[in-house]
Design a binder for this molecule. Structure first.
Ligand SMILES: NC(=O)c1ccc[n+]([C@@H]2O[C@H](COP(=O)([O-])OP(=O)(O)OC[C@H]3O[C@@H](n4cnc5c(N)ncnc54)[C@H](OP(=O)(O)O)[C@@H]3O)[C@@H](O)[C@H]2O)c1
Length: 269
């Protein structure tokens, strides 16, 4: 190779590389970033959105162990897997820097510590304060930090949407009138207030921010628990398909709302 073509190639690479941070992503395709994409609702979002031919940046705490996600990525070349713990703010900033030239149409903040830990069903004497602090870090502060770090990529996109998975368990109006899930319920109520507050900014920037309740979804992994819960829950594919109908219908008028997965009903705080 002569010196000139090599220099030209390097020059071209310098021009092209910043446009798409990952080789897996197709230029011009709708792009979604999903946190907690290795299992449960997050993984099903990856399945259904990759099937649309969208670019999916699927984040997982431990990509090497995320075999189901790796299988989806192997079938869908436009799925990029990235390591991310949403409580690690330096890692969030580093990932946002990596994708700073990539428009992100939908920032889908799904990762959460869900009430499958032993203290979830306990009353006051059983509250686990480490779990309470950790739930606050991951479920409430995590999505706020993600929104801060990735806002430039959302603003650069066509859709400009932030979709955050919340829970009726954090709603004063609709949570069960029972003393349980202290750690989880408070973290989701805090999440709702962070997002309610952020919506006053996103509204001015043309970004549509919504919280979604996914319904009661069968994502527990323990076979005995799955058997016990199967009659009171829906499958992940049904929940995600219905949430996608809601997401597809979003307009700027929805900014700041907490919506139900199946009927678009506004859930009270
Ligand atoms: N399932 C339901 O009935 C239900 C109801 C209402 C709301 N939601 C909400 O919907 C979302 C998904 O629920 P799910 O049932 O699919 O939950 P899940 O099966 O428990 O999965 C949780 C996901 O979040 C990830 N995660 C946990 N801590 C994280 C951290 N620090 N950084 C990055 N990722 C982290 C997990 O990764 P690891 O595998 O590494 O732990 C996993 O991928 C959650 O926000 C949940 O609160 C669910």
């Amino acid at each position: 190779m002569t010196a000139l073509p090599r220099a030209a190639a390097l020059f071209l690479a310098a021009l092209v590389l910043p446009l798409t941070a990952s080789a897996a992503l197709k230029e011009g395709a709708t792009t979604v970033l999903i946190t907690g994409a290795n299992r449960g609702i997050g993984l099903e979002y990856v399945n259904q959105l990759a099937a649309r031919g969208w670019n999916v940046i699927a984040t997982a705490r431990k990509p090497a162990e995320a075999t189901d996600l790796q299988a989806v990525a192997a079938r869908n070349p436009q799925v990029a897997i990235e390591a991310l713990d949403v409580a690690d703010h330096a890692a969030v900033d580093a990932l946002a820097a990596k994708y700073k030239n990539q428009p992100i149409d939908i920032l889908l903040l799904n990762a959460g510590i869900t009430p499958t830990y032993p203290s979830a069903m306990k009353q006051l004497s059983g509250v686990d304060f480490d779990m309470a602090r950790q739930s606050f870090e991951v479920n409430a502060i995590g999505p706020l930090k993600m929104s801060q770090a990735f806002m430039p990529s959302v603003l650069a996109s066509g859709k400009k949407q932030i979709v955050v998975l919340s829970s009726k368990a954090g709603s004063f109006g609709e949570s069960p009138k029972m003393p349980f899930m202290y750690e989880y319920r408070a973290s989701k109520a805090a999440l709702d207030m962070y997002m309610y507050t952020l919506a006053f900014e996103t509204g001015r920037k043309g970004v549509t921010l919504v919280l979604l309740s996914p319904g009661q979804v069968l994502t527990v992994q323990d076979p005995k628990m799955r058997e016990m819960m199967k009659n009171m829950t829906i499958e992940t594919n049904e929940s995600v398909a219905k949430m996608l109908v809601v997401i597809d219908s979003l307009t700027p008028a929805d900014n700041g709302k907490f919506l139900n997965y199946e009927d678009r009903r506004v859930i009270p705080w």
